[in-house]
Design a binder for this molecule. Structure first.
Ligand code: C2O
Ligand code: CU
Length: 660
């Protein structure tokens, strides 16, 4: 049909017989006005939201696009040109689609009360624009139909608006029904059950490797705590399976101590004897290693080195006297990668025999990462992926102990910071710093297994929050620890320059300095390369080019001062941990520390950096030195620091002992 004839036909049936061109404007019908106002109000709300997010939370592309589309739809409707109004209806389709398919929108509509996704506030924030959008969308479809009928009927009367409204409602409902994803199932998404860790005998898997010195005068089993203490603290930790609810309806299968992860926080006093009975109700072997505590070697909990993994149904007793106060933790050291990542860990806090720092309240938080449904990683603080609340009154002094128990899959440390109060880092890995400065919003890099103790005073009003940046780029609102009255602040700081332990605090005399006389210095080159480890092929993580159990060892004699020179040749951070001893950090990239002396059991060696540490060999035994990124340890980055000591235990398929 030619344009001429069409125009003539329309003109003939129109009440106002004028020529209709491509750009002939229609007066805005009632439905057009409704659509206009609906889109306009939603536009204003979305633009306000976009501005607020940009100012306070670092921007959101989704909401910018959203606001721009709403504005476009509004303009298209107002111009009154028929075919542009058709486009307006299509833009409306895509806006509704964008909005309805945002998982958080569905979540909040399905669970208006759930505090972990913002509660009623968030629900109203989603429901109001959603309602306006549906009205605007339906009305704009109606407008298109109505305008068509206005031109094609002599006297539209009531029938056309009625018909177009009904059609619009039906189309809108069909559209929403078809496009809206089925709401998140109320039942927790199912995650495959955990597989018992195992390495089967086969090529490349050692059968029976003895890590000790064959004819040594003393065995690890003899290296027990000798002294008796005035007080004895007894605990029982039962390794057992559990399902953990991490908030927001997400449940994961886990292996736990006493049914929770983290397991119970063990609180003891420096110099007390600690007696822990481990009972194993799991279907595979477990141990407990007391991370950072200078225990006697027999209590170190390393499968194949200081004991056999405790078999299903059996139990084992650990006895030790913690010589140093501070924040520590415990975890299984049989298949420590799988077992710790899946929940076999907890915190151990050793109070000083004589208090050094006054705190009105003392909280601890373990940062962990779980494999959730759809292979997403769920970060948690203690037991929640949402907000963890703790109380403190204005003016009170708070000591906050943080441990990173998580595997750090990216090879980067977790970043954490405290929002709402200036704070001091009073200790690292449980060891106090000298003259700590006040920090504000400073990102603290915390490698796997490391600990930070923060100290701060509650402000006269409002709360203080601990937030994390798992990706190292920006802080997120969950998980978060909120201390005091209030919620996570709307405005989170940007990630700025990281805390640097090599310049923090003020100098103080220390028994070990870069000028000390070292009895031996060992170079340890950290590398990664494709290869094989325990019969598996893949990316291996190496020490001096070799993967465990074929890495060399570091021989020491009691009383020696040993220096370790780490050379990181990879693009990843490696939190290097030595059992049973404390490192004094000497320098990074050859630059000695300019602030407080630093003592750690786990040093975070940055990519392509060198790191020098020293320790006094004052605790005889066979001690692991390994990367505490569990994946790296699992794929080779472990070795032994060795006194002249033998062991009756072996690593390999015969015993089933695989420490990492
Ligand atoms: Cu927490 Cu061998 O380590
Ligand atoms: Cu590593």
């Amino acid at each position: 049909m030619s344009k001429e004839t069409q125009t003539e036909k329309e003109a003939a049936t129109s009440t106002t017989a004028h020529r209709i061109g491509l750009f002939t404007r229609q007066p805005l019908s009632t439905l057009g006005k409704i659509a206009f106002w609906g889109f306009l109000v939603a536009t204003i709300a979305a633009t306000g939201g976009a501005i607020a997010l940009t100012l306070f939370a670092g921007g959101s592309r989704a909401i910018d696009i959203f606001a721009a589309s709403l504005l476009a739809a509004t303009i298209l409707i107002v111009n009154g040109i028929r075919w542009l109004q058709v486009i307006a209806a299509l833009v409306g389709v895509s806006i509704l689609y964008q909005f309805f398919t945002q998982p958080f929108v569905i979540e909040s509509l399905a669970n208006p009360k759930d505090a972990s996704i913002g509660g009623y506030g968030h629900f109203i924030g989603d429901a109001v624009p959603m309602g306006l959008l549906i009205i605007a969308f339906v009305a704009s479809v109606g407008t298109v139909l109505q305008n068509y009928h206005l031109l094609s009927r002599k006297n539209p009367g009531w029938f056309t608006p009625f018909l177009s409204t009904v059609t619009g409602v039906v189309v809108g409902a069909l559209f929403i029904g078809a496009l809206a994803p089925t709401p998140a199932p109320a039942a927790p998404a199912t995650i495959a059950p955990l597989q018992a860790p195992q390495i089967s005998a086969g090529p490349g898997v050692p059968t029976s490797m003895n890590m000790g010195m064959a004819n040594a005068p003393i065995s690890v089993s003899q290296l027990q705590t000798r002294t008796t203490a005035a007080r004895v603290d007894h605990f029982t930790l039962t390794a057992q399976p559990a399902h953990l609810t991490l908030g927001s309806g997400i449940t994961v299968p886990a292996w736990t101590f006493n049914g929770t992860a983290p397991g119970p926080t063990l609180r003891v006093r420096q110099g007390d004897e600690v007696v822990v009975t481990l009972v194993n109700h799991l279907s595979f072997g477990v141990t407990i290693h007391w991370h950072g505590v200078r225990v006697a070697n027999a209590a170190d909990g390393v499968a194949g080195v200081t004991q056999d993994a405790v078999k299903p149904g059996q139990s084992y007793v650990y006895r030790f006297i913690p010589p140093d106060a501070g924040t520590y933790w415990y975890h299984s050291h049989q298949f420590s990668f799988e077992e710790t990542v899946n929940g076999l860990y907890g915190m151990l806090i050793v109070d000083p025999a004589t208090p050094t720092l006054h705190a009105d309240v003392d909280y601890s938080v373990a940062l962990h990462a779980w494999d959730g449904p759809d292979s997403q990683t769920i970060y948690t603080m203690n037991t929640t992926g949402g907000t963890l609340n703790q109380v403190a009154r204005p003016g009170q002094w708070v000591r906050l102990r943080i441990v990173n128990t998580a595997e750090t899959p990216t090879g980067n440390p977790q970043l954490v910071t405290l929002v709402g109060a200036p704070f001091q880092v009073v200790s690292l890995d449980g060891h106090d710093l000298h003259g700590p400065e006040w920090l504000t919003d400073t990102p603290l890099p915390i490698g796997s297994a490391q600990r930070y103790d923060l100290y701060f005073q509650m402000p006269s009003s409002g709360s203080v929050a601990l937030v994390t940046a798992g990706d190292g780029q920006s802080y997120v609102r969950a998980p978060a620890l909120v201390i005091g009255q209030g919620s996570v602040p709307t405005r989170l700081p940007a990630v700025t320059k990281w805390f640097d332990l090599t310049t923090y605090g003020t100098p103080a005399p220390d028994p070990i300095t870069p000028q000390s006389h070292f009895d031996a210095t060992y170079n340890i080159v950290l590398g990664n390369q494709m290869g094989t480890s325990l019969g598996r092929s893949g990316m291996t993580y190496t020490m001096n080019g070799k993967a465990f159990p074929y890495t060399g060892m570091i021989m020491v004699k009691e009383g020696q001062l040993i220096k370790l020179h780490f050379v990181n040749q990879t693009n990843l951070h490696h939190p290097m941990h030595l059992h049973g001893h404390v490192f004094t950090v000497l320098d990074q990239n050859g630059k000695p520390l300019t602030g407080s002396p630093v003592h750690q059991d786990t040093v975070l060696v940055p990519p392509h950096a060198t790191y020098d540490v020293a320790f006094v060999a004052n605790n005889p035994g066979i001690w692991m030195l390994h990367c505490h990124n569990f994946l790296h340890a699992n794929w080779g980055m472990d070795m032994m620091v060795m006194y002249d000591v033998s062991t009756p235990y072996t690593v390999g398929s015969a015993s089933g002992n695989f420490p990492d």
